[in-house]
Design a protein around this ligand. Structure first.
Ligand code: CO
Length: 470
């Protein structure tokens, strides 16, 4: 009898980043995370995802915490586990493109403060927007992973994914992630996609999905059987719903198969025991909305990420136009087509979503056009897979000639001006980056920090409940 070749699936736990970003609007505090770090460090994860995405913004804005300080504390606590962050390509952790010098410096400081793996993605899958971050990550000795924003549409054929995977390998990235922020990848499609990617690249393949549409753990099973090397899961109290499949469930499901992780289920149970009361606290105070915990099949029907659905709901509620929800949902794919059919992930998800709301509320398409819509149609976010709708371009930006080069090529260096602005408050080099990303929020935080040190006028953290997109 021939020995079956063992190929343990590797696991990245998202508990310290995406899990709480998806379920409790990124509100978990450093204090709540640190006590469990020694146990998380013993599991054998490929990495823990613990930084980036909305964690940076939410820490400063709502928790009055320095995100850099959180990262340094993780680095002190995790002795053997790699720390992973999510990075929005040229948009860094923000919502618009930044000059290369800011991107490079941010990568340098992220690695210097403890990050080992940087997952870099672009909301349009325009690889030119990833070049600077990938180059900087390699220079700093970090693992550069490129994440493809997974989406559906005429342009997104298996050949498209195979071709882009090959180009990623040529760029010098260390691994590829399929980032399925909306939970659109169904099990049989996962088999096809992973098989196709494996035929075009030798790089390790990681799959990141959300449980929103209810198929995620089946999708992982199929993907791993087709050769997927790494999956992203969340420890059970912060799993399922709009978060990832549960770590323990996947570990159990692969037990005794060639993909057996070898993880200790008792240790995972202890970690789950630690997070359960934290989950209960957020459930009781209303931060964890039970609506986000079930299956939301609308995400498959309308192909929009769960975070975007909740953003649209709150935008409409502010305008007292909740009754327009389904009209807006039907407008989203039309706007997306007008804008070249991009994936819907930060910041394209906000741009498409806001424009769809405007089109419905005003009763005339593209009557009101935010600056971000004009920018995307001017090519300032990069190139989309499909061309823009020329009539919409004309209505929104007139005869302005869209740019076709890498957008950051047109941006002047940004650091000198940011350094100057932050000088009166600067306590560490990293403050300039905090300011560059979120100027107003950073200033509020710096003033709060000064006040804490002098003991006057210490404001309490803003606990307003705000949903974050993926
Ligand atoms: Co995610």
């Amino acid at each position: 009898m021939s020995e079956i070749q063992k190929k343990p699936v590797q696991i990245v736990d998202t508990i310290l980043r995406d899990a709480h970003q998806s379920l409790i609007a990124t509100r978990m505090t450093t204090e709540e995370m640190l006590p469990i770090v020694p146990k998380l460090d013993e599991v054998g994860y490929k990495a823990v995802e613990c930084w980036g995405g909305a964690t940076f913004d939410a820490a400063l804005r709502f928790l009055k915490e320095d995100p850099w300080d959180r990262l340094r504390k993780f680095r002190d606590g995790f002795k053997k586990t790699k720390l992973q962050m999510l990075f929005r390509g040229q948009n860094i952790l923000g919502y618009k493109p930044y000059p290369d010098d800011v991107v490079t410096y941010f990568v340098q400081k992220s690695v210097a403060n403890g990050i080992d793996i940087i997952r870099i993605f672009d909301c349009l899958n325009d690889l030119r927007n990833l070049e600077t971050a990938v180059k900087a990550a390699k220079k700093e000795g970090a693992e550069a992973q490129i994440a493809l924003s997974y989406t559906l549409g005429d342009a997104y054929t298996l050949d498209y994914w195979k071709d882009i995977a090959k180009r990623i390998e040529d760029m010098g990235a260390d691994s590829i992630c399929i980032k399925d922020m909306a939970g659109l990848l169904v099990p049989t499609a996962a088999t096809e996609l992973v098989t196709a990617l494996k035929s075009s690249t030798k790089l390790p393949i990681e799959l990141h999905t959300h449980y929103t549409s209810g198929v995620a753990s089946m999708t992982y099973m199929k993907a791993v059987e087709a050769g997927c090397d790494i999956i992203d899961t969340a420890i059970s109290p912060f799993a399922l719903g709009t978060s990832q499949p549960a770590t323990e469930v996947m570990v159990q499901a692969f037990m005794g198969t060639p993909y057996d992780t070898g993880f200790d289920l008792n240790l995972l149970a202890e970690i789950a025991d630690y997070f359960r009361p934290i989950r209960d606290k957020y459930l009781e105070n209303g931060t964890l909305n039970p609506k986000n915990m079930g299956v939301n099949i609308k995400t498959l029907q309308y192909q929009v990420p769960g975070g975007m659905l909740s953003n649209l709901t709150s935008q409409l509620a502010q305008m007292h136009a909740e009754d327009k929800f389904y009209e807006v949902l039907e407008e989203v794919p039309r706007v997306r087509k007008d804008m070249g059919e991009p994936p819907l992930v930060t910041p394209s998800s906000q741009i498409v979503g806001t424009q769809a709301v405007m089109n419905v509320i005003t009763g005339e398409r593209y009557k009101t056009v935010p600056q971000e819509t004009k920018d995307i149609l001017s090519g300032k976010y990069g190139q989309t897979v499909k061309p823009f709708n020329p009539e919409v371009v004309k209505k929104c930006i007139g005869d302005v000639e869209p740019i076709t080069c890498r957008p950051a090529d047109l941006l002047e260096d940004g650091l000198p001006a940011f350094e100057e602005a932050v000088a009166p408050y600067k306590k560490q080099d990293e403050d300039v980056l905090t300011y560059a990303l979120f100027p107003q929020v950073a200033l509020d935080y710096f003033k709060y920090r000064d006040a804490q040190e002098t003991g006057v006028d210490a404001k309490v953290a803003d606990t307003e409940n705000k949903a974050y997109p993926v």
